[in-house]
Design a protein around this ligand. Sequence first.
Ligand code: ADP
Ligand code: MG
Length: 569
Amino acid sequence: MKQLQQTLRQIDGESYKGYKQIAGQYSFQQHQLLIDYVQGDPFAAPSKIRIKVPHRNRNIKTEWVQNRNRKIYAEDVLARYVAKAIAKQNSDVKGSGKSGMIAIDGPGQEILERTAVELTTEDITVCLSVGLPANGRRINGKQAENLFFQAVPEVINQSVFSITDQTIDETIQLADQHEAIQEAMEANGWISFVADGSILPRQSGISERPMKNAIAFESPEANRVTVDIPHRQEPLTGMALHKGIILIVGGGYHGKSTLLNAIERGVYPHVKGDGREYVLTDPNAVKVRAEDGRQVSHVNISPFIKNLPHGADTTKFSTENASGSTSQAANVVEALEAGAGTLLIDEDTSATNFMIRDERMQELVVKEKEPITPFIDKVKQMKQELDVSTVLVMGGSGDYFDAADEVIMLDQYLPFNVTARAKEIAAKHPYHREVETDASFGQVPKRAFLQGSLQTQQGKKSKVQAKGRATIVMGRTDISLHYVEQLVDASQTRMIADIIHHMEKNGWLKLEEPVHALLDKIENAFNDKGIAVFAPFKNQHPGDLARPRRFEIAAALNRMRTAKVKDLS
Ligand code: ADP
Ligand code: MG
């Protein structure tokens, strides 16, 4: 600590590069300061530091890290507290560029496994970015002293040393509860659970905070289940959706998409107070939608689309500019290829001709002239042959009544089970449309991406970099993830960029493994070596990463404009 102080006083007023010499480790009274990386310029990407608080200064209960799940939740709540402390503090560290800034990669509404905080029985490590203070382009040693000796310790004081054991205990309890719900879901064959009292709508289209004064969720009687969960007196009640084909209907603006959105986000746990903290979904559920314009590389979409004009082969379909229906077909079969167990589909974001095709249209445009086999003729085959469930929002057509195992109707934001009534209506008005599918679903794609797909060169440099949540710049092309709706955090996108970079450097794709096996391998590496395993710089903290699911990793690979694919089917 003294040494750092001395150095800062010595280099005060020197050229900014002089900061490089402060990299290293320093002991403070309550914590260790590790300066991992020093920025080259006050306007460049900020410096990276770690604060390590040993357990003798801040008690750490072993039960907080007793299992992986608890550890993730405990780290999450610590990161939240640090983020809050940073937001609250009005540090007076001044200067040019990023001088004095302090940042942590704080979580949103979801609880994700992330690298911002690491908790072990020994210590709590907080990864921060800081802007080293400058006057113009010269070192401001005085302000740097303020930063390291006041502002940063104050943030740690207001978070790591202020958060109560009870707050962490409660987070751990939520972890246990979520685990118990997931276990009940698996044991009973539920693909989603939505607790009574949940608040599903969000404040606005740009805020993930819960809506105020919303109508709380109440399960339909027929779907209500009771789950015993730990750390709670009374059991939890709510709606269970069983494996199968679930149709969500109801008038426009009655809350259908809101329910589906909550279900699709339920693949991740949410924090207390979110309103969706007891909404959980099959972790292998994948939202599929139309996404015209996307790249498709050698995908067998023939279960849905055959005989395109000009004879394009749809068993190995490639395009740089997919249509609504072909993009949605590709999204479905790629999800199956990656191992999806449930598909989530909303009419609002679907291609109509992919979803339905009625009798009149069948008569006017004869089968030979229509390349598309609509989803309605495939949904049962997916259930029966592939054990893949579907939750589908469809307010505009009753054609799915026959295929549905359950029909849930939303009426003024409240759900009712109308399965019996829908079946009655289906019997009364049988449809005369022809079922168009072949005898079986068809081949799920089995492909390998080739090493040459990873075109990371940009001039002389290799570059793979996330730009926000929805874009990865890879070499000279962009991977667009705007319509990959279950990619929820820019830190997940950064992680995917790191994975691509790692695979390129280490020749992972030379093995030509099928996508499914490649995803298994990535997940195993996360589980065995921690989620920082793919971070490029071993000598600095990778404090801004969060774990993506296999489906979102696959989504990025599938959207590479430079993909080269070998068919293994
Ligand atoms: P649909 O898909 O049936 O047309 P949406 O799910 O888009 O309807 O919901 C329509 C509007 O109602 C949205 O603005 C949404 O935020 C709001 N909303 C949804 N659920 C609730 C609720 N439980 N309480 C209050 N408002 C809600
Ligand atoms: Mg809608």
